[in-house]
Design a protein around this ligand. Structure first.
Ligand code: SF4
Ligand code: SF4
Length: 511
């Protein structure tokens, strides 16, 4: 068959449809980039797709050639079906287009950046202190993570904090979509500097009566035992995210105080106190961040969160993930050399539960697997089947100074907390550095230019943080990211189709 197909004229890349083929055990699929659709196709279409032009270039000559090639290999009925499908596509102009978008941020001048930066923010993440009262062994600020600062000693000053707040609020809340405006207090451990949180909230309630601002704090939970702190959080409807990894033999291995003492008991006592003190607040405003690190006892972690009444309502907002396998010396330092492999094995094992449960309609019986994998499949299941625009922006969700703004303890601005003191885009005294932001867009246009030929374009969650070294874009990291990303997306598409083959309504649980 292949020999026969190769007799067809070699196509130039820009004439080929924009697609990715994959197969499950029972069916053949084509992911069509231009429509974002997944097509289940017959064997002849699957075989011939590599050799036919996009529908825009299909002409009578092509059809005759295709027919000639198909007929000796496939039955006349199969060949006719294949031609009908291609003909229909040509007529309806939906699938299998050869169109490739232009990758461009559309930003070409400082003036344009300036204009764009006047509105559109809705989240200020403020590093109120670099200090932390714990020394979690895998912490990104432990000095073990490449590309991230180590624990520091600086607190944000009130003057810096309100300059950041003023700058942010002048540019926030202009959207017609009535997006909520949030200020997220971040650290280190932000409650070490709770005094400044109180002063900032008082300042906002006094000076910005017309703005509907919500507050949030991300904490290790140790200082949640102070009644004055709790009263302050309750009276300002703070959303509180607490980091807990599981039962003591899991949590206390790595989440320890400066003197290496365990921390779980204090955190749990604090949560019990708050639940008793104000049950409504506790159940509606608390969420949990949990990290899983090897050696694993997944069952114990699952029981801890799913069988413990302290988490009955809060676990709806449980965010759990594995620690990062990369760019950390954690595994060497604690002599867990098999750690990355153990993460992969556990991840695969849990994913297999997830897939089985979705395939058999038992999604609601899952525990941690839901939190670990639903988002990825939600993104595929809820993707919009709409045409790819002519111009496609290269920067993913990273639009510096739009939507999210991170201000560090020294008053420098960054596009998000993850870039962590890299690629500053301004500061509280001078505001946005529009030239620097323009350079960012130009770099994105350059480094992501080849995305226009990449089938994963619409499903890829590229971002600056994933391809940077320090504050520079890195081609090597970008290439590594692309390899891993495409592999993961292809596997996800395959699993998605395999699940649907077994249970066509599988994804209705979260769409
Ligand atoms: S509480 Fe957070 S910032 Fe502090 S050491 Fe642990 S992970 Fe790091
Ligand atoms: S995988 Fe790489 S080339 Fe493909 S869209 Fe993502 S960043 Fe671009």
């Amino acid at each position: 068959m292949k020999g026969a197909l190769l007799e067809m004229k070699e196509l130039k890349a820009e004439k080929k449809p924009f697609y990715k083929k994959f197969k499950t055990e029972n069916f053949n699929y084509i992911y069509d980039v231009n429509t974002n659709d997944i097509l289940r196709v017959s064997k002849p279409v699957y075989d011939i797709i590599d050799y036919i032009p996009g529908y825009e270039f299909l002409d009578d000559l092509c059809f005759t050639q295709i027919e000639k090639i198909l007929i000796p290999t496939y039955s006349t009925i199969e060949a006719k079906e294949c031609l009908d499908i291609l003909m229909r596509n040509k007529k309806e102009r939906r699938h299998l287009s050869a169109k490739r978008p232009q990758i461009t941020s559309g930003i070409h001048s400082v003036e344009q950046v300036y204009e764009m930066m006047q509105s559109g923010l809705n989240q200020l993440i403020m590093e109120v202190t670099e200090r932390c009262n714990l020394r979690c062994k895998y912490c990104v600020y432990s000095g073990k993570s490449r590309y991230t600062r180590a624990h520091g000693i600086n607190d944000i000053t009130f003057d810096t904090a309100i300059k950041a707040v003023d700058y942010f609020l002048k540019r926030a809340g202009h959207s017609h979509k009535k997006e909520k405006i949030g200020i997220i207090f971040y650290g280190g451990e932000p409650l070490l500097n709770v005094g400044i949180l109180k002063r900032i909230v008082t300042y906002i309630t006094t000076h910005y009566k017309d703005k509907d601002v919500f507050y949030s704090v991300i904490t290790n939970g140790i200082l949640l035992g102070r009644k004055s702190t709790i009263d302050f959080l309750i009276s300002n409807n703070f959303f509180v995210t607490v980091s807990i990894d599981g039962p003591s033999h899991i949590h206390d291995r790595y989440r320890v105080c400066l003197n290496n003492k365990p921390t779980l008991k204090r955190i749990i006592n604090n949560l019990r106190f708050i639940r008793k003190y104000n049950p409504g607040y506790y159940s509606n405003f608390f969420s949990i961040n949990a990290l899983m690190a090897p050696p694993f006892d997944i069952q114990a972690v699952s029981d801890f969160f799913y069988k413990n009444d302290l988490f009955t309502l809060v676990r709806e907002r449980l965010n759990i993930r594995f620690i990062s396998k990369k760019y950390t010396s954690f595994f060497n330092e604690y002599n867990i050399l098999t750690g990355p492999k153990e993460i992969e094995d556990e991840n695969n094992r849990l994913f297999s539960h997830f897939k089985d449960a979705l395939s058999t309609g038992k999604y609601n019986e899952l525990t941690l697997e839901k939190e670990l994998f639903s988002k990825r499949f939600y993104d595929i299941a809820s993707r919009r089947i709409v045409s790819l625009p002519d111009d496609y922006s290269p920067h993913g969700k990273c639009i510096p100074g739009k939507r999210k703004l991170f201000v560090d303890a020294g008053g420098d601005f960054y596009m998000c907390e993850k870039v962590n003191a890299n690629y500053s885009i301004g500061n509280v005294n001078e505001g946005f550095n529009h030239k620097r932001i323009l350079e960012f867009f130009q770099e994105c246009d350059r480094i992501f230019a080849d995305c226009n030929g990449c089938w994963a374009l619409r499903l890829c969650d590229k971002c600056f943080n994933k391809i940077r070294i320090g504050d520079s874009f890195s081609i090597d990291r970008k290439n590594e990211f692309c390899r891993n990303s495409k592999e993961q997306i292809l596997m996800d598409l395959l699993h998605f189709c395999e699940i649907i083959e077994k249970n066509k309504d599988a994804f209705s649980v979260f769409v």
